[in-house]
Ligand binder design. Sequence first.
Ligand SMILES: NC(=O)c1ccc[n+]([C@@H]2O[C@H](COP(=O)([O-])OP(=O)(O)OC[C@H]3O[C@@H](n4cnc5c(N)ncnc54)[C@H](OP(=O)(O)O)[C@@H]3O)[C@@H](O)[C@H]2O)c1
Length: 234
Amino acid sequence: MSTILVTGASRGIGAATTRRLAGQGHTVLAGARDAEALGRRVRDDPTLAGLDVRPLALDVTEDDSVAAAARQVEESLGSLDVLVNNAGVPGTWAPAAEVGPADFADVLTTNLLGPVRVTQAFLPLLLRGDRPRLVMVSSGMGSLRLQSTDPVYADIAHLPYPASKAALNMLVVQYAKGLPQVLVTAVDPGLTATEFTDHAGHSVEEGSDAVVAAALDTEGPSGRFLDREGPTPW
Ligand SMILES: NC(=O)c1ccc[n+]([C@@H]2O[C@H](COP(=O)([O-])OP(=O)(O)OC[C@H]3O[C@@H](n4cnc5c(N)ncnc54)[C@H](OP(=O)(O)O)[C@@H]3O)[C@@H](O)[C@H]2O)c1
């Protein structure tokens, strides 16, 4: 059984990933900005009864929060097998002509620098395991190929969010080269019904399929971009 940290586990795809991985017997550290509220929900949720879900206070944009979370995991578990960087924000969907540099700050801070901050803090714990895995929850919105050729995306012209996920994809390629001991994977959940999408899309179970598969895969190879059907284009 593995020890797995999921960021942004309070709701949506992160909550479903947490429930499914814990349901398979893994110990899941459920990262949340409000860990007390998540703790109450975990205690009251009959579908989590008896599962090893441990709420962990973690704001991916705050150095102190991430460092404190890493210290807490080091003291309680001593190592980590899998880090799932799932926390993300959509940012503005305003028309391209109306978007300026300030509109990128929150999105890049959370979706790009958040995974860097959390990965750097937890890397020493990951490297203590046999087959450390790093999963980045990306998006088809970050795929240069899909955005430029797939008719599904023809009417979408947003700036900050797709840029943050395209940059996250590049991080996966670079981490895969720079951290050869770690199995690094980018995943696209596909359009999933959460607060993020105003509840449009497939179920959170379907949305978490690729996340759960990547978290549990120990074969690799490292540096892939996967959706629930398999490899998807960068
Ligand atoms: N839904 C989709 O169709 C879709 C498609 C492709 C990719 N994705 C990606 O999937 C991931 C999860 O999205 P979702 O649809 O599940 O969205 P969601 O329901 O809005 O959940 C987002 C999660 O991220 C957390 N979060 C936001 N900012 C944070 C921060 N600074 N520190 C820690 N946690 C933070 C939220 O926690 P709080 O409760 O504290 O706000 C929440 O748990 C995101 O990376 C998103 O880009 C989603």
